[in-house]
Structure formats: structure tokens, C-alpha cells
Write a protein that binds this ligand. Structure first.
Ligand SMILES: NC(=O)c1ccc[n+]([C@@H]2O[C@H](COP(=O)([O-])OP(=O)(O)OC[C@H]3O[C@@H](n4cnc5c(N)ncnc54)[C@H](OP(=O)(O)O)[C@@H]3O)[C@@H](O)[C@H]2O)c1
Length: 338
């Protein structure tokens, strides 16, 4: 049995699909919040997941996969729920996290991202789980945002778990894009969609800072490889190509066959707008970016995934190929996406 937290999210839904395609039995921890009335089961969940990604599933395939999927309803901060998840697990992929730019309650990052990880590790130890694959982020080397600090704390817990005899690997995705909900966690695909439609007209004057962009299917493949053959305690950056936002836009223009002009917004102006967004956040309007995240976006952050290539056989596609696949998916699913 493979267990997954965060399986309803952007990356998690792609991971669950890949695991089912491998023929695995999968148990998911799902928050009851989004559940419709009554007692929906695996078929409902599968439809949710199938609707979020690139794979078009037939009713038959869904019905077959439903026999191999189980749901544990609960929150990752609830120790009992996580214990029910981990019972009899061979591997736990731990993805559940607050992966947004901002929270009205800043302590939520610590509670869910670090506290949830502590619960997963405790349950893994209690049930003798063979391996935990902890999904971290390449941003753990900074502490500008509460998200980064909480993910750092979580990694430290995993490292302590390994030093105390547990078995775990840490994967650090870079900026992820591709088929999935166009939520804050998938903001790169949101940018691709806006550019494609000619609505992305202003960007931060970031001085050509580079980020690293990984296509979600490549990332999921790397996560499974880390689960299968990563060394105990290993830390693997799972990335794709290094690029500036200008280069990313050029890739979208090439894939979509249309180029649009994009103006540069001076940093002080961007910071003022972000500050106003934070104020509106307190009134219930979720800010897309904060002043702390602008500091993160201004840093030049090329990344290397060479260790994952050497030890796991990780082999992500180039940026243009991933952007082309994303644009094709956006075109195909236009009008069907929630
Ligand atoms: N997206 C990126 O670019 C990126 C880059 C590096 C690392 N990561 C890491 O990848 C992981 C997955 O992120 P994502 O991009 O897939 O984000 P996402 O789409 O926001 O998904 C987050 C997942 O965590 C679940 N979750 C949140 N709080 C929970 C709680 N209290 N209890 C149980 N489940 C909870 C969500 O459930 P609901 O469906 O109920 O909300 C959802 O399934 C995270 O650990 C994130 O830090 C993401």
C-alpha cells in the first residue's frame, strides 16, 4: 500500500495518477472540506483527480482504478487521522502543505507544514513504514517567507528522523508547472495561460533573475524514482531548465505561435502594490504576491538536478517541450477547467 498526503493538490493529483498507472494500491488522506453531501467514495475522488490533469480517463478505467484507491478523511494536523493513513503502508509520499503566498493566520504555515510532517514521521515510525518521501522545496535555503521557514523546519524533522534510524528521502522541487488546477501552487501555469491569452502585460523588473522550471510529470517521475532508489537520507533537487521570466514568455510565445509585449514594473512600485494586496488580505481577499515573495522573485536562483540524474536516472524535458505540452493541455481543456 502506498499512502499519499496532499493527493488532491496540483502535484499530488498528478502523483496519484502516476501511481495508479503503475498498478499500485493507493491510500489518500483527504480533508473533508471539499466533500459533497452524502458519503462519496473513491469514484468521486478519482473523478476529481482525473479532471485536474492531462490524462483523459474512461469510465471503465476510473472504475478499475477505484478498486485500488482508499480514502482516509482527515487533516494532516490530526495525529489520529495520520495514524489511520499510515497503517500497513509501505511508502508514504508526504505532500500536504500550505503552499500559498500568504495566510491570514501566519501560524498556519508552521502548524500544517511542520506539524503535519511531525505527525507523518511519528505514524511512519509507529507502523514501521519502509520509506517516507518528503516533498520539500528548493526554497528551503532562504527564510524570507513563513512558507520557507516552515518547510525548513519540516526538513529538519525529517533529517532527525533519519538520524534516529528512520528511512526517508527528501525531494526539493523547483517551480512546477503543467496540467492541474490553476491555483496559487500552479502559478507558473497561470502565467502561461495569461500570456497565451494576451493578458500578461506587466511583469516585475527582476533584472533577469533566473528560476528553475520543472514540468509536473517529470517531477512526479523523479519523486517515484526517489521512493524506489534514493539513498536513505538523500536530498534531491528535482528541477528542469533554468530560465528568466522573459525566456519563459518566449517559450510560451513559440508554443502558442503568438508574441505579446510585456512591460517591466519597477521594484518599488511592485512592492507598494504587494503591500496593498497584503492589507486587502486581512479583509479576506487572498493576495497573489507579498513583499516577502518579491524578495524571493528578485534572487537569481539557477538550480542543478545533477545528483538526481546520477543517482536516480532523473531526466526532465527541456522548458520548451514542457511549455508546449502545457499549452496544448490548456487549449484542449479550455472551458472544462474549474
Ligand atoms: N507548486 C510548486 O511549485 C511547488 C514547488 C516546490 C515544492 N512544492 C511542494 O509540493 C507539495 C504539494 O504542493 P502543490 O503544489 O501540489 O500544492 P497544492 O495544490 O496547494 O496542494 C496542497 C495539498 O495539500 C493538502 N493540504 C493542505 N493543508 C492540509 C491539511 N491541513 N491537511 C491535509 N491536507 C492538506 C491540500 O488539500 P485540499 O485539496 O483539501 O486543499 C492539497 O491536497 C507541497 O509540500 C509544496 O510545498 C510545490
Amino acid at each position: 500500500m502506498i499512502c499519499v498526503t496532499g493527493g488532491t493538490g496540483f502535484i499530488g493529483s498528478n502523483l496519484v495518477r502516476a501511481l495508479l498507472e503503475r498498478g499500485e494500491r493507493v491510500r489518500l488522506l483527504v480533508r473533508p472540506g471539499g466533500r459533497p453531501a452524502g458519503s462519496p467514495g473513491a469514484s468521486w475522488l478519482l473523478r476529481q483527480i482525473a479532471g485536474r490533469g492531462s490524462g483523459a480517463r474512461t469510465e471503465l478505467e476510473l472504475a478499475e482504478a477505484a478498486n485500488r484507491i482508499e480514502i482516509v478523511w482527515g487533516d494532516v494536523t490530526d495525529r489520529d487521522a495520520v495514524n489511520r493513513l499510515a497503517q500497513g503502508a509501505r511508502v508514504i509520499y508526504h505532500l500536504a502543505a500550505v503552499a500559498r503566498a500568504w495566510s491570514r493566520d501566519p501560524a498556519e504555515f508552521h502548524r500544517v507544514n511542520a506539524g503535519g510532517t511531525a505527525n507523518v514521521l511519528q505514524a511512519a515510525r509507529a507502523w514501521g513504514v519502509s520509506r517516507v518521501v518528503h516533498v520539500s522545496t528548493e526554497l528551503v535555503d532562504g527564510d524570507a517567507t513563513p512558507y520557507q521557514r516552515s518547510k525548513r523546519e519540516a526538513e529538519a524533522l525529517v533529517q532527525r528522523y533519519v538520524s534516529e534510524g528512520g528511512d526517508a528521502v527528501i525531494v526539493r522541487p523547483t517551480r512546477v508547472y503543467g496540467p492541474g488546477p490553476l491555483n496559487q501552487a500552479n502559478s507558473v501555469t497561470r502565467l502561461i495561460e495569461l500570456y497565451r491569452r494576451g493578458w500578461f502585460r506587466v511583469r516585475l523588473a527582476d533584472g533577469g533573475a533566473r528560476g528553475n522550471y520543472v514540468y509536473v510529470e517529470d517531477l512526479v517521475c523523479g519523486m517515484i524514482q526517489a521512493g524506489d532508489k534514493g539513498g536513505n537520507g538523500g536530498v534531491y533537487v528535482l528541477g528542469g531548465e533554468n530560465a528568466t521570466v522573459e525566456e519563459l514568455c518566449a517559450a510560451v510565445a513559440a508554443a502558442a505561435g503568438k508574441r505579446h509585449g510585456v512591460l517591466e514594473l519597477p521594484v518599488p512600485v511592485a512592492k507598494t502594490i504587494a503591500g496593498l494586496m497584503e492589507l486587502l488580505g486581512h479583509l479576506g481577499l487572498e493576495p497573489a504576491v507579498t513583499r516577502a515573495w518579491i524578495r524571493v522573485l528578485l534572487a537569481d536562483r539557477p538550480m542543478s538536478w545533477e545528483k538526481a540524474a546520477r543517482e536516480l536516472g532523473y531526466n526532465p524535458r527541456p522548458l520548451l517541450a514542457g511549455v508546449e505540452a502545457t499549452v496544448r493541455w490548456l487549449e484542449k481543456t479550455r472551458g472544462q477547467r474549474r
